[in-house]
Design a binder for this molecule. Structure first.
Ligand SMILES: NC(=O)c1ccc[n+]([C@@H]2O[C@H](COP(=O)([O-])OP(=O)(O)OC[C@H]3O[C@@H](n4cnc5c(N)ncnc54)[C@H](OP(=O)(O)O)[C@@H]3O)[C@@H](O)[C@H]2O)c1
Length: 268
């Protein structure tokens, strides 16, 4: 079923990190289709320009801000450039991220540091930098963090990724409480497996993708949910619903669930 347009998105400038591929790319297209102006951030300039061409070809508007690397210095520089040029930003979607499926003893510490830099620290840096700007205006603003069901339902062979997503969900829940009295909404998006390029790195031999193929979400469906929630007071988006139900049961009965669902948890 096609749901109608979210009019609150019209002419709003919304930053999306990791907009070059997958979920971020679909969210950007969906924002433009709702009359908003996605501010596209990623390292792959070529892919961003291609996306901008597609959006403009469909009579939409967008802005492109490539970044060489998600380092603290590069992000600081980029945020200043965005603020100077755009003057007013209405939303931020922290989406850039990656994962690697490996056992704890196989963790490459350099890769883990990079994962925390991209999945956690960069998101916190963008949110902190735009927070005073969002709080200064009376109109509604929105920070959406694309987290994962991995933040709620930890499964083997993903300790580094799971830890990074737990950190980001914790951050999101605190930021929401600290800004409760303001017109800023803070939302976490906790997803099960989504059919994107994510698995090219995460699951090089394809075992996990093969095991979960039949219940993978489509990025277009995720993007539609996210964009329809923009500038509402939605606390969380959890997809698919039955995985969220599993997460709730896990919080209630962790030991029992780890035993009973061992074969389900061992899909990687
Ligand atoms: N796919 C899933 O099953 C799934 C499930 C739950 C949550 N998520 C989360 O959803 C978000 C988007 O993932 P996706 O599935 O759309 O994956 P994707 O298709 O691989 O896209 C990832 C995006 O993040 C950026 N990115 C990747 N590595 C980066 C790095 N080292 N430094 C800076 N940017 C980097 C990429 O842009 P550049 O390479 O151009 O910079 C790309 O635009 C991630 O936070 C992921 O954890 C995904």
């Amino acid at each position: 079923m096609k749901i109608g347009r979210n009019h609150a998105v019209n002419e709003k400038k919304i930053i999306i990190t990791g907009a070059s591929k997958g979920i971020g790319r679909e969210i950007a297209k969906e924002i433009a289709a709702h009359g908003g102006i996605p501010i596209l951030i990623a390292r792959s300039n070529e892919l961003l320009e291609e996306l901008a061409g597609e959006i403009e070809g469909n009579n939409g508007f967008c802005k492109v801000y490539p970044i060489e690397k998600f380092s603290r210095e590069a992000i600081d520089k980029q945020i200043n450039e965005i603020m100077e040029t755009e003057k007013r930003i209405h939303g931020l979607i922290n989406n850039a991220g990656f994962g690697v499926f490996e056992k704890v003893e196989e963790i490459d510490m350099k890769e883990l540091e990079e994962m925390f830099q991209v999945n956690v620290l960069a998101g916190i840096q963008y949110a902190k930098a735009f927070l005073p700007h969002f709080l200064q205006f009376k109109g509604r603003s929105h920070i959406i963090n694309i987290v994962s069901q991995a933040a709620k339902l930890p499964t083997p062979k993903a300790a580094g990724y799971v830890a990074s997503k737990h950190a980001m969900l914790g951050f999101t829940n605190v930021l929401r409480q600290e800004t409760r009295e303001s017109s800023l909404t803070v939302t976490s998006v906790n997803l099960g497996p989504v059919k994107t390029n994510f698995f090219e790195l995460a699951d090089k031999d394809g075992t996990y993708q093969q095991n979960v193929e039949k219940y993978m979400l489509q990025p277009e469906k995720v993007a539609s949910k996210v964009v329809h929630s923009l500038f509402t007071n939605r606390r969380e988006i959890n997809m698919p619903w039955w995985m969220e139900a599993g997460s709730i049961l896990y919080r209630l009965f962790p030991g029992l669930m780890e035993k009973a669902l061992k074969s389900q948890f061992d899909k990687k």
